[in-house]
Design a protein around this ligand. Structure first.
Ligand code: SF4
Length: 204
């Protein structure tokens, strides 16, 4: 696939997993096609399922505030999810759904080719870093996945009614701002995790 538009056309009216039967809208992803920052969430919720856009509810408003706190607008980053269709009742993504849907996400990452990937919550973090470690342990630490710097943070939905997590999220976005300000030639953080995207022996 050479462009995100081609990828979206390829996905089409997807029914490759059972979520195709229950969704309203497929939520592909939005944002700048050559963004330095790619944000990866879990799956569409009710509002996203109705609108076909990621992060349009209260969690989306908080995400916009987090981006604004480091001088970024939503259209300067690229936002996508592990799953492109809403799990019924907002249940957790299932392993088979993740396995079937994530090749599309991998294509998106390869096409956008961001410098930094911000993973929101456990599912995105565990997928990108191939780890079983909890977000509570990894959040706010700069990891590596292949050529990408990865910053795991809490999912904004988990921070909506939790003041402590909300404060931690703003702290972690400040770290993202520092990372971007340091530039690609800034001090390299120690790689901790193994590669998922663009790693050794992996084609991108
Ligand atoms: S979740 Fe992914 S694989 Fe499943 S139907 Fe939606 S787009 Fe297709």
């Amino acid at each position: 696939m050479r462009t995100l538009t081609e990828l979206r056309d390829h996905i089409g009216d997807c029914h490759r997993c059972p979520l195709g039967e229950t969704r309203t809208c497929l939520v592909f992803g939005v944002g700048r096609e050559d963004a330095d920052v790619m944000i990866i969430g879990e799956a569409p919720g009710r509002n996203e399922d109705l609108r076909g856009e990621p992060f349009v509810g209260a969690a989306g408003t908080l995400l916009d505030e987090l981006l604004a706190s480091i001088g970024l607008e939503r259209d300067e980053v690229y936002i996508a999810n592990i799953l492109k269709c809403r799990p019924p009742g907002n249940r957790d993504p299932q392993a088979g759904e993740i396995e079937t849907c994530t090749p599309f996400l991998r294509e998106q990452v390869a096409l956008v080719a961001p410098r930094v990937i911000v993973t929101l919550g456990n599912f995105a973090t565990r997928f990108v870093l191939r780890t079983d470690a909890a977000i509570t342990r990894l959040r706010g630490t700069v990891q590596h996945a292949g050529r990408f710097e990865v910053l795991p943070v809490f999912h904004p939905a988990a921070a909506l009614y939790d003041r402590t997590k909300r404060d931690v999220l703003f702290d972690d976005f400040r770290l993202l701002g520092d990372l971007l300000a340091a530039g690609p030639d800034g001090p390299a953080p120690e790689p901790v995790q193994t590669a998922l995207f663009g790693g050794e022996g992996e084609e991108r």
